[in-house]
Write a protein that binds this ligand. Structure first.
Ligand code: ARG
Length: 556
């Protein structure tokens, strides 16, 4: 809303002067709402400051949203019609509820590739980050009017399955796998590599097994399917905990029969060449060639990604495709984009990358004991949250439900609060604190507001809007007004943390307001005005949390 007013002022000035950009800033506290530094204008237009002030004043004053224009220390200061602006916006939010900031459908589709763990391997912290960032981006794009297709591109194909099958047949047993599927399969995989050091024939056996799998050998397929089903069961535990779902689970194996067509298209377009028996696509000087087919005829991660990209394009007609994958695959996606470009497609391919997870400052690997099973870590977060809640509010009724929302929310917020390309620290105790930059802090702010509004009826006809002229009201209103733009910026930068940061300042802003102002006051008109403002803050906190993939609470 304030942005709209700013734009109107800028437009009005531009209509009268030929200037590239109008500088319009927030005024210093206690002087005005907005300010224009006049020094530059005076110089550019070769006029004295008071003269240019008079000219601009005439133009700006005509706008209905502007209350007063004054001259002070070289600045043109603008006071807005706070009362009307505030009242209109707050009533709008009251009516729109969680639809505040929602954009109309634009009939465009975005495909998002996220989570995408490798079967028969542990769900890594990297996959967890991808899942949480991807889920939030999906919600953010939807809010901005896009249709989103969320794809879990399972890593369920590749030579490693040849190794796993060989290892299972030699050293594994059904009982052991059933006891703890992923750990056992991972153990067999590691064992394979150890034994292969002394036994060269193993690698050949594995290659052969994968070839048979690729060609549809029923015995191989059955084992592979079983590994996949067992892995998915474990992954699903994680997705259920997080409350995340996907529109498609078409993983790498789905493209097994779609690869020949890709190779053919590349050949028809004269893009491939042989190099040491392998098929490659030369890209440019800045990056190594893309490997399409190995000398033994096997396809690669890159081949499958090209096939998936084209299939998705023809199936979903997306205007944009986003891959949410760690920093370490940067080159892979640069190559993928380049290949698509060379093939003559002008897709908007975006690699949304992110940093590592650090535990006490050290890089985490999937194998490090502390994270052997991520769902255990989540379960731990939930039980720690339950302890904290029980201590704070022993009589709370639905403790388990609340603990789930707080524990999981804490982990999500810890991930989404900082710029995603940075490494992040994973410390359960810190992220579960009720103060500071945490998920529980946001949820708790919502709960506090909820209890203020409880049993109160809002009646927009009874508002005494004159209170909105006061600075502490307008400060909070300005934050409230920023929500729509915040959602847009979060999308443009593919950055959920834009919303996280905004929610933190909104809650801080609310707390400052609340320290100065009682909400439930005897004067009905003022109380109504207060309720309306506080209601808007709550609406935004709830919707903002939802966009991050978190749950808002009524009590905790
Ligand atoms: N499964 C891959 C891995 O864990 C991530 C897949 C990312 N998506 C893609 N289209 N390449 O490294």
């Amino acid at each position: 809303m304030i942005e709209q007013v700013k734009n109107k002022i800028k437009e009005a000035i531009k209509n009268n002067y030929s200037i590239e950009e109008v500088i319009l800033q927030d005024a210093k506290k206690d002087t005005a709402d907005l300010a224009i530094p006049l020094f530059g204008y005076a110089k550019e237009l070769n006029l004295k400051m008071p003269e240019i002030f008079e000219q601009l004043k005439t133009i700006i004053e005509k706008l209905p949203e502007v209350a007063e224009v004054t001259f002070l220390n070289g600045f043109l200061n603008i006071n807005l019609e706070r009362e009307v602006l505030t009242k209109n916006l707050l009533i709008e939010i009251f009516n729109l509820k969680n639809e505040y900031g929602t954009k109309k459908s634009n009939n465009e589709t975005v495909v998002m590739d996220y989570s995408s763990p490798n079967i028969a391997k542990n769900f890594s912290v990297g996959h967890l980050r991808s899942t949480m960032i991807g889920n939030s981006l999906k919600l953010i794009y939807q809010k901005n009017g896009y249709k989103v297709v969320g794809i879990n591109y399972l890593g369920d194909w590749g030579t490693q399955f040849g190794k796993m099958i060989v290892a299972y047949k030699k050293w594994g047993s059904k009982e052991e796998v059933l006891k703890n599927p992923i750990n056992e399969l991972q153990r067999l995989y590691v064992l394979f590599h150890e034994k292969a050091k002394d036994d060269e024939t193993l690698e050949d056996e594995a290659r052969h097994a994968f070839l048979m799998l690729e060609q549809g050998n029923e015995e191989m397929l059955e084992l592979w399917r079983w590994f996949k089903d067992e892995s998915l069961k474990e992954f699903t535990v994680m997705y259920d905990l997080l409350g995340v779902s996907f529109d498609s689970y078409a993983g790498e194996s789905f493209y097994n029969d779609k690869m020949d067509a890709v190779v053919k298209e590349l050949e028809d377009k004269n893009l491939v060449k042989l190099s040491d028996g392998a098929l490659i696509v030369d890209l440019d000087e800045t990056m190594p060639p893309a490997l399409i087919k190995r000398s033994d005829g096997g396809t690669l991660y890159m081949t499958r990604d090209i096939a998936a990209l084209l299939y998705r394009y023809h199936t979903y007609h997306f205007s944009k495709i986003i891959y949410i994958v760690g920093n370490e695959q940067k080159l892979h996606f640069q190559q993928l984009s380049k290949v698509a470009q060379k093939m003559g497609y002008d897709f908007d391919i975006t690699h949304v990358n992110f940093g590592l997870v650090l535990l006490d400052g050290k890089k985490l690997s999937t194998r490090s004991g502390a994270f052997a099973k991520l769902s255990d870590v989540m379960t731990q977060a939930i039980s720690d949250a339950k302890n904290a809640i029980t201590e704070k509010n022993p009589s709370l009724e639905n403790k388990d439900e609340v603990a789930h929302a707080v524990g999981v929310g804490a982990v999500i917020f810890n991930d989404l609060k900082n710029e995603r390309h940075l490494d992040m620290e994973f410390n359960l105790a810190n992220m579960l604190k009720f103060e500071g930059q945490t998920g529980p802090y946001l949820q708790y702010s919502g709960v506090r507001i909820h209890s203020i509004l409880k049993n109160q009826e809002i009646n927009t006809a009874e508002i005494d809007s004159s209170v909105y002229n006061q600075d502490h009201y307008f400060e909070l209103l300005k934050l409230v007004a920023q929500f729509p733009l915040t959602i847009e910026r979060a999308m443009q930068n593919n950055a959920p943390n834009v919303i996280s940061r905004y929610l933190l300042s909104l809650c801080q802003g609310f707390n400052q307001f609340y320290a100065k102002q009682r909400v439930i006051v005897p004067e009905e008109g003022i109380k109504q005005a207060n309720l309306l403002l506080v209601n808007a803050v709550l609406t935004i906190i709830e919707e903002g949390l939802r966009l991050l993939g978190m749950k808002a609470l009524k009590e905790m």
